[in-house]
Design a protein around this ligand. Structure first.
Ligand SMILES: NC(=O)c1ccc[n+]([C@@H]2O[C@H](COP(=O)([O-])OP(=O)(O)OC[C@H]3O[C@@H](n4cnc5c(N)ncnc54)[C@H](O)[C@@H]3O)[C@@H](O)[C@H]2O)c1
Length: 302
């Protein structure tokens, strides 16, 4: 007991403790033992949750993000199996360098998760579309993803193996859920996955994406603050969670990390070209919102 207490005192935060505990005492085999992952946009939100999940399942992770300080802090928090590299996905050379850095540090790249993305904050009508903003969003959300797949393939093709993941969105599946620019960018991510899986399957490389339902990460909260400037953050979070179609639960970053873990692991060894939608059934139906039936009228007894 005293030893456990001493060990606990070695870990100065609960996150590190939970990593240690999961890795040391979990009865489940680590699903990514020995794997090396590079995740873009991993300083916060979905990317950070996925980095944490991958590490607790035996992987070493390189966190690539444009936010230097936050990225450094995240890597420190996730422990010795996380390393940060500054990377702006709009610069191909930064992505190329991040891949080369991963190879020089770990000698291989098993998993590339192209997750970095931005919101668009454009006016809702197509007639007011600002094409400069469109170009900026496409540069990060589409070109950045494509460049990530390109440079991951550069090192994975000679390995004859690898798992490439991308973050799409439910807004890429249906119109009307986000501004056009963002929706178009996420449709394109789903397209990238299908197109590139067709080539890369020849080299044993799987390419998949995940389409999350809205989650109150910094990215979404910043957008909501602009829409509802007088509403406090906790209320904005609740507004997002209240959108859940699935009774009794809400969509969280950990749900996306679990989907990423599945797709990255050998459990998904024959899954490629797939868009894993994590939305609690939201995009699979529309309701005919009839008024509640008046039993008397229906049975002609009025
Ligand atoms: N949160 C949601 O509701 C939601 C839903 C569907 C899809 N997504 C997608 O999930 C992905 C992750 O977003 P999140 O919700 O975790 O938000 P987030 O803001 O927590 O994380 C996004 C990260 O991407 C980084 N980033 C932004 N531009 C970059 C650039 N040019 N180069 C490198 N890194 C950059 C940011 O610094 C940040 O750390 C995005 O692609 C987003 O479009 C989010």
């Amino acid at each position: 007991m005293i030893q456990i207490r001493r060990l606990r005192s070695l870990f100065n935060n609960s996150l590190t403790w939970s990593f240690f505990f999961n890795r040391r005492f979990s009865s489940q085999p680590a699903r990514l033992d020995g794997k090396i992952a590079l995740i873009t946009g991993a300083a916060s939100g979905i990317g950070k949750a996925t980095a944490e999940k991958f590490i607790s399942n035996g992987a070493k992770v390189v966190i690539a993000d444009i936010k230097e300080k936050l990225g450094q802090d995240t890597a420190k928090q996730l422990g010795p199996n996380a390393t940060f590299i500054h990377c702006d996905v709009t610069k191909e050379s930064n992505i190329s360098d991040a891949v080369d850095f991963t190879i020089s540090l770990h000698k291989k790249l098993d998993i590339m998760y192209n997750n970095a993305g931005i919101a668009c904050n454009t006016p809702p009508s197509i007639s007011d579309l600002d094409l400069a903003v469109f170009d900026k969003v496409m540069n990060v959300n589409v070109r950045g993803v494509l460049a990530g797949v390109k440079h991951a393939s550069r090192v994975m093709i000679p390995q004859r193996s690898g798992s490439i993941l991308c973050t799409a969105s439910v807004t890429g599946l249906m119109g009307g859920l986000a501004q056009h620019t963002y929706s178009v960018s996420k449709v394109a991510v789903i397209g990238i996955v299908k197109s590139l899986a067709s080539e890369l399957c020849r080299y044993g490389i799987r390419v998949n994406c995940i389409s999350p339902f809205p989650i109150p990460t910094p990215f979404v909260i910043e957008e909501m603050v602009q829409l509802f400037p007088r509403v406090e953050e906790a209320k904005l979070e609740k507004m997002i969670f209240d959108l859940s179609a699935l009774e009794g639960t809400v969509c969280e970053t950990n749900d996306i990390a679990n989907a990423a873990l599945f797709l990255a692991s050998d459990d998904a060894k024959y899954v490629s070209g797939h868009n894993l939608v994590v939305d609690g059934a939201f995009t699979c139906f529309k309701s005919l919102n009839f008024p509640l039936p008046d039993q008397n009228t229906i049975h002609g007894e009025s």
